[in-house]
Design a protein around this ligand. Structure first.
Ligand SMILES: *[C@@H]1O[C@H](CO)[C@@H](O)[C@H](O)[C@H]1NC(C)=O
Ligand SMILES: *[C@@H]1O[C@H](CO)[C@@H](O)[C@H](O)[C@H]1NC(C)=O
Ligand SMILES: *[C@@H]1O[C@H](CO)[C@@H](O)[C@H](O)[C@H]1NC(C)=O
Length: 191
């Protein structure tokens, strides 16, 4: 009995001296040590931003109590939308869903030219990037016909530490109800 308790005390003592003492909350690292190598990935897909119908992908969640800027616009300055929009591999409604864009967009321009600022996470649900996502945080000058470019500022999973850009074309737009199908060409650097 006594031998056992001596062993127990000894074991406790050994444990206590092998517990590392961590007084710092940070340490230095390097990309080399993490064995990270930068890659470039191109993505091509279509975002379906459907406001009409019984199950819209985008819903208005706030607006100012006065109209500022162009009153002709379907989404005047200050209107805020929550989105959960499907991403498809083609422009057709029957094209395969490969992910979704979840987040917010805000009508951000007081001029006649509609501008949206997007705060969205583009998550992929199939293929090589299943479970990974890209963070888009950018102005989206909707009325500019060419070279609409959004900034990709980060990512998760396989897109960890991502940075890049998305070129956006309007494939389809219904001015009356705001329904749109947008073609995305994304270039991202990640590890
Ligand atoms: C809008 O809201 C602000 C703050 O509550 C208020 O002062 C203002 O009178 C409102 N304007 C109108 C047109 O209701
Ligand atoms: C979508 O696909 C269906 C079935 O393949 C086809 O009948 C339809 O014309 C397509 N629509 C567009 C807009 O391409
Ligand atoms: C709105 O867009 C048109 C066409 O691109 C441009 O000529 C005009 O200067 C823009 N207006 C503002 C206020 O940016």
């Amino acid at each position: 009995m006594e031998n056992k308790s001596i062993l127990f005390v000894l074991a406790l003592f050994l444990c206590s001296i092998t517990v590392p003492v961590n007084s710092e909350y940070h340490s230095e690292g390097s990309l080399k040590k993490l064995h990270l190598k930068e890659k470039v990935t191109h993505l091509h897909f279509y975002l379906f931003d459907i406001l009409s119908g019984k199950e819209p992908g985008a819903v208005q969640i706030a607006q100012p109590n006065i109209t500022l800027g162009s009153s002709k616009s379907a989404t005047p300055f200050g209107h805020l939308y929550a989105i959960d929009d499907p991403l498809r591999d083609g422009p057709n409604e029957s094209s395969k869903v490969i992910g979704n864009a979840q987040g917010l967009y805000l009508s951000s321009s007081k001029s006649e030219n509609l501008t949206l600022v997007m705060y969205a996470d583009f998550g992929f649900t199939t293929g090589k990037f299943k479970g990974s996502s890209l963070s888009v945080f950018s102005r989206n000058p909707v009325t500019e016909p060419k070279a609409r470019e959004l900034a990709v500022v980060g990512g998760r999973g396989k897109f960890r530490l991502a940075r890049g850009y998305a070129k956006v074309n309007t494939h389809f737009l219904d001015f009356k109800n705001g329904d749109a199908i947008l073609e995305y060409h994304v270039t991202v650097l990640h590890y």
